[in-house]
Design a protein around this ligand. Sequence first.
Ligand code: AP5
Length: 222
Amino acid sequence: MFARAVIFLGPPGAGKGTQAKLVASRFNVPHLSTGDMLRDNVSRGTELGLLAKPVMERGELVSDALVLRMVEERIARPDCRNGFVFDGFPRTVAQAEALDGILAKQGIGAPAVIYFNVAEDVLMRRLTGRRTCKACGEIYNIYDRPPKVDGRCDADGGELVQRADDKPEVIRERLAAYDRQTKTLVDYYRSQGVLHEVDGAASMEAVTASVFGALSKFEARA
Ligand code: AP5
């Protein structure tokens, strides 16, 4: 199907990761979460991880230069030939402009951008309730999507853990960083005619239906 870049844009906790996994799996393309890539570097203690760790712990954005180097290296790999789903990237105008250049250089057309619109009170509940499987990365929520067995992944029994940056004081800073640096990308992509807004506060199934509906419209236009 789909030789293109898809971007999932929205505030922390909007459901980008939850939906990106489904889309990437359906179209058999990589799910590229810059947050996951950075956390992987942190846990392996790489040079990038050592630089990113204190920034992420404060809830701020990692520098554009570091993120762009990581992303450019990742999408040059052969598994990205038929497209990819970005979750949490780009997050600044500088990242978006650099991505435009990278996509043009690689002969990939304009991205399809799905914007998840969700109010802040919903985001706080989602983020404080999130638990993630240490083994497979499956995302749960103790309020809205609890596992069958407390603390264990339904798929593989892996331990469910809370992310270090899902503490209320760090969440507040992440939301402020979104308002300061990322929200402006909604207008950036709307003005390019590639933005599709979904009601991210709806049920997971309803959001999934809206996302796939939006993507098939993009495909019909391509
Ligand atoms: P990152 O990992 O990207 O986190 P984020 O953008 O803050 O987004 P989240 O992963 O918190 O939320 P999500 O929208 O994916 O929601 P999810 O599906 O999990 O970034 C972390 C940090 O890394 C940043 O703060 C920054 O420091 C750094 N970083 C990353 N990328 C960067 C970049 N490009 N530039 C610079 N720095 C960067 O869902 C949340 C919860 O809600 C889950 O429990 C889920 O089960 C539940 N849920 C989802 N959908 C629904 C629904 N419809 N109804 C009910 N519950 C739902």
